[in-house]
Design a protein around this ligand. Structure first.
Ligand SMILES: Nc1ncnc2c1ncn2[C@@H]1O[C@H](COP(=O)(O)OP(=O)(O)OP(=O)(O)O)[C@@H](O)[C@H]1O
Ligand SMILES: [Mg+2]
Length: 447
């Protein structure tokens, strides 16, 4: 199809001359002598480029330009003006014109500008299309290229543009909130609001009003009407974090909101329809909560339409060097890490996952002498690695002191294992005096 140019120009002779020139160049021509006619043609005919005279009989050219940019057309616009230095010409580019030409018009110059504007527009279109196809979300703050994370990226890409409810699971610190953000950012709802509610952080008696809002006078302190988080999220995404902690009394209300897409404010009895995409997250095993009767099964199924399970860091150790490198790069001063320090990081079990790693690196950067991280700078949490045998089965029938001794021994052995026999560090991690550590090691006959 021919490239089409709309000329909006009230001087007949100029309009005629321009259309002849451009027709000769092989462009299809649309003509308007008034601003309103020009806008209508722009909307109906979708030209590729618009030549706009700034002085028009009905509306001024800048107003036409503003309306064009406000959604009438995505055509490239070149403004024609009598005075080059006029503020109008500058304003024109500010308001989104590609360029402006001064009258009398130099044909060669105009043709060159037109070609450039059209090329630019084609490029812009490609970029826009590129933006619409979900790029690899790993660039959005989520780090990791292990196969397990690749699966996560694929899922994010697949669910982002649907309205399906997503349940994100994974241990603490595995990046559930990052993923919730990514789902929102890559969705078609990215221009709507992203509203976050932490179900565990809000006191039970306030959570209902927080989620669903209330009418004036709904309860003693309800002095005015309040719009809840659900309503705030209309047109966007509602992220319910720590969903397993949602109190049983609110579970049926959430279920209803999901099923019927309507809510009621406290003290109100008109259902309000809400167009909200739900993303929920929990570090707890929701199915187990259902089995224990703490979470409604029907709600579980409603939330669990698509599940994204985030891998624990210890199950994707190949991502650790990359994570370390990225966290180091955030430092203001250049820092490097010694191979034996990285080795220490690789061996740790990271019960607190990426959050723990991030914090450890942040601390290490502060401690690094001369910008080089040595194993001493890596302060690992005293928490025992999360292996099943780490929590010895205890029974009160063994007697108080026997149980205490067993726990003590376990703690010592774990700390030594983690520090690979470094007693000073083991004492530091355990928060006890070195002397006490030696006494206890003797007591238990640990070498
Ligand atoms: N894959 C990742 N790449 C980069 N940073 C990450 C990644 N995963 C987690 N983080 C970082 O770790 C920290 C914890 O992440 P986030 O809050 O998303 O975890 P979470 O799973 O919601 O944890 P919790 O269950 O404790 O709320 C954040 O600072 C986040 O930026
Ligand atoms: Mg979280």
């Amino acid at each position: 199809m021919k490239t089409r140019i709309l000329i909006i120009e009230d001087e007949r002779t100029a309009l005629h001359a321009l259309s002849l020139l451009l027709e000769d160049e092989g462009y299809g021509i649309l003509k308007a002598e008034r601003g309103e006619d020009g806008l209508r043609l722009a909307l109906q005919q979708e030209p590729d480029l618009i030549l706009l005279d700034i002085r028009l009989p009905d509306v001024d050219g800048i107003t036409v330009l503003q309306r064009l940019r406000a959604g009438y057309s995505d055509a490239a616009v070149i403004v024609m003006t009598a005075e080059t230095t006029s503020a109008n010409a500058i304003r024109a580019t500010q308001y989104g014109a590609f360029d402006y030409v001064s009258k009398p018009i130099n044909d060669e110059h105009l043709l060159l500008l037109i070609r450039r504007a059209l090329e630019y527009r084609a490029l812009e279109k490609t970029v826009r299309q590129f933006r619409q196809t979900p790029p690899n979300p790993s660039i959005r703050g989520i780090i990791g290229h292990s196969p397990a994370m690749q699966e996560v990226y694929k899922l994010i890409g697949r669910v982002a543009n649907s309205n399906a409810t997503v349940l994100i699971t994974g241990e603490s610190g595995t990046g559930k909130e990052l993923v919730a953000n990514a789902i929102y950012e890559f969705s078609s709802r990215c221009h709507g609001p992203f509203v976050k509610v932490n179900c565990a952080a809000i006191p039970e008696n306030l959570l209902e009003a927080e989620l669903f809002g209330h009418e004036k006078g709904a309860f003693t302190n309800a002095l005015s009407r309040r719009v809840g988080r659900f309503e705030q999220a209309t047109g966007g995404t509602l992220f319910l974090d720590e969903i397993a902690d949602l109190v049983p009394s609110l579970q049926p209300k959430l279920l209803r909101a999901i099923q019927e897409r309507t809510i009621e404010r406290l003290g109100g009895n008109t259902p309000i329809s809400v167009d909200v995409r739900l993303v929920a997250a929990t570090a707890r095993d929701l199915a187990e909560c259902v089995a224990r009767g703490q979470f409604r099964e029907d709600l579980f199924y409603r939330l669990n339409v698509v599940t994204i399970s985030l891998p624990a860091l210890r199950d994707r150790r190949e991502d650790i060097p990359l994570l370390v490198q990225r966290f180091l790069a955030r430092s203001e001063r250049p820092v490097d890490i010694r191979p034996d320090a990285l080795d220490r990081i690789m061996r740790h079990s990271w019960p607190g996952n990426v959050r723990e790693l991030e914090n450890t690196i942040t601390r290490a950067i502060v401690l690094a002498p001369g910008g080089l991280i040595t194993p001493d700078c890596i302060q690992l949490s005293g928490r025992a690695p999360s292996r099943p045998e780490a929590s010895p089965h205890l029974s009160h029938r063994e007697g108080f002191w026997n149980v205490i001794r067993r726990v003590e021994e376990r703690l010592l052995r774990d700390a030594l294992e983690e520090t690979r026999g470094n007693k000073a560090e083991a004492a530091r991690i355990l928060g006890i005096q070195r002397r006490l550590l030696y006494e206890k090691l003797n007591e238990f006959g640990i070498g």
